[in-house]
Design a protein around this ligand. Structure first.
Ligand SMILES: NC(=O)c1ccc[n+]([C@@H]2O[C@H](COP(=O)([O-])OP(=O)(O)OC[C@H]3O[C@@H](n4cnc5c(N)ncnc54)[C@H](O)[C@@H]3O)[C@@H](O)[C@H]2O)c1
Length: 441
């Protein structure tokens, strides 16, 4: 039996046709105010500490883009980032704590939403209503009820919404998807995802305390339930607590599951979703989300399996995270650094030609930002419009809901409900804390 290396190497050119983003689903364009190449695009950033800031940095690399306002509920974060922006030569931004005041500013063309997941829905809907385009971080929101009304709002107000699933703008992801779709792997019967990260184990517990000076904690909580301040539930580590995030399932789930849905051209909800898991390894830590979870997605003609292990830094194929497409002729395995194909031995010969490893270029994020700006300016189709963010978030949230309900769940897209599990259905829409109201579109 020959080894993989004895195969004639397929050149990168033979893989061919790289760059299929344009032919893939974009977003709504009807509402896009197409502008001239020299028109300035003025941004505001809502939620500036970490990823929102990264988004702004790459958006400001696009020609003719300026930032007028930074909005955050933490004065320290605001001051630090205002200084960084000024030192970088971008001028002194206006500073704001209430995002609604940012939306009143007619100069702002588009906003970036870099707040924790429980704070994506209201700013996005208000921004669309105020006529702004939106770059919103992933997952689209922290519940299925929210992503549904966000989709409705973007459609109703005809705004461009780019979701921060930047892998959609990565050249090696695009070529991997094209390869999967080429048929060379044969019949694909299973798509598997895994994400093993230390942070998925949560932090060591600390006692509740007063919020740090300069933090408007009531506004940070927003529509989430009232409770005393704890550092572990705040900046960065909120994602392991249900009121604000969905743990590894949604944090990494939307990035990776999106690749499978894209490659397999999935346009619908799964037939059913069944999860098992729990906090099996890190019960001494501060977290509510399962550190261990396996989710089975029943699809049309193939299986999908999600798996995460918080606190583990090893994974299949020596990859911390990844996606693999198992076909009759071979298996394609991808992460952010590369994709590789492992051909099947058919007894007498290999079922497919060997394929050279395809490296990632680490440009997906800056490309994603460029795509958003070109969508506003020239009407270029969005690589990760709201429908794409909505679908990935739906799949990820159903994984968590099945876990919390302890039941296999069936989601009906027409009625936007879980039809076979009362417990699951009760988890679709969160209750908003007064004075915040769950939006009606
Ligand atoms: N695309 C990616 O690869 C990627 C990577 C990391 C994070 N993210 C996403 O980015 C979002 C932010 O994550 P993070 O790691 O930057 O979180 P973070 O906690 O570091 O930062 C969030 C910021 O939002 C501010 N904020 C909270 N409520 C606010 C409000 N009502 N108005 C204005 N500001 C408010 C906080 O004070 C904080 O500065 C999340 O949705 C996360 O999933 C995406």
């Amino acid at each position: 039996m020959p080894t993989r290396r004895t195969f004639i190497k397929t050149s990168a050119a033979a893989i061919g046709g790289i760059g299929i983003a344009q032919s893939l689903p974009g977003s709504l364009l009807a509402g896009s105010r197409v502008r001239g190449a020299n028109d300035r695009i003025t941004l505001a950033l809502i939620g500036v500490r970490n990823m929102g800031w990264g988004d702004l940095e790459d958006l400001l690399k696009q020609p003719g883009v300026v930032c007028k306002t930074l909005c955050d509920v933490d004065d320290t974060v605001l001051a630090e980032k205002a200084n960084a922006l000024t030192e970088a030569g971008s001028g002194r931004p206006l500073l704001e704590k209430d995002y609604r005041k940012v939306l009143d500013d007619k100069d702002i063309d588009a906003v970036i939403i870099g707040t924790p997941d429980h704070w994506h829905c209201l700013p996005l809907i208000d921004a669309c209503q105020a006529g702004k385009h939106v770059y919103v971080e992933k997952p689209l929101a922290n519940s299925i009820g929210e992503i549904n009304v966000m989709l409705d709002a973007a459609r109703k107000y005809k705004r461009l919404v780019q979701v921060g699933q930047q892998q959609r703008s990565g050249a090696h992801w695009q070529s991997a998807i094209e390869f999967v779709r080429s048929g060379k792997l044969g019949t694909i019967r299973q798509v598997k995802y895994w994400a093993n990260f230390n942070y998925g184990a949560g932090n060591m517990p600390v006692p509740d305390s007063a919020p740090p000076p300069g933090v408007d904690y009531d506004r940070w909580l927003g529509p989430a339930p009232d409770r005393s301040f704890n550092r572990n539930r705040f900046h960065g580590s909120w994602r392991m607590f249900r009121d604000y995030g969905g743990g590894l399932m949604t944090d990494w789930g939307v990035h990776l599951i999106d690749m499978g849905l894209w490659a397999m051209d999935v346009q619908t909800a799964p037939r059913s979703v069944a999860s098992i898991g729990g906090i099996f390894a890190h019960g001494d830590r501060a977290l509510e989300m399962p550190d261990t979870l396996t989710v089975l997605y029943e699809m049309d003609g193939f299986n999908m399996v999600w798996e995460h292990n918080g606190g583990v830094q090893q994974g299949p194929y020596d990859q911390l995270f990844g996606v693999k497409f198992i076909g009759t002729n071979g298996t394609l395995v991808a992460d952010r650094d590369k994709w590789r194909v492992f051909p099947e031995w058919g007894g007498e010969n290999w079922r497919m030609e060997e394929v050279e490893e395809q490296p990632g270029d680490q440009l997906s994020h800056v490309n994603h930002c460029g795509n958003f700006i070109r969508a506003i300016r020239y009407g270029e189709p969005l690589n990760a419009g709201i429908e794409i963010g909505h679908r990935a978030a739906l799949y990820a949230h159903l994984g968590n809901i099945s876990h919390w309900a302890g039941e296999r769940v069936v989601y009906d897209e027409k009625t936007r409900s879980i039809t076979n599990s009362e417990k699951g259905n009760a988890l679709i829409t969160p209750e908003y804390r007064s004075p915040w109201k769950f939006p009606v579109i």
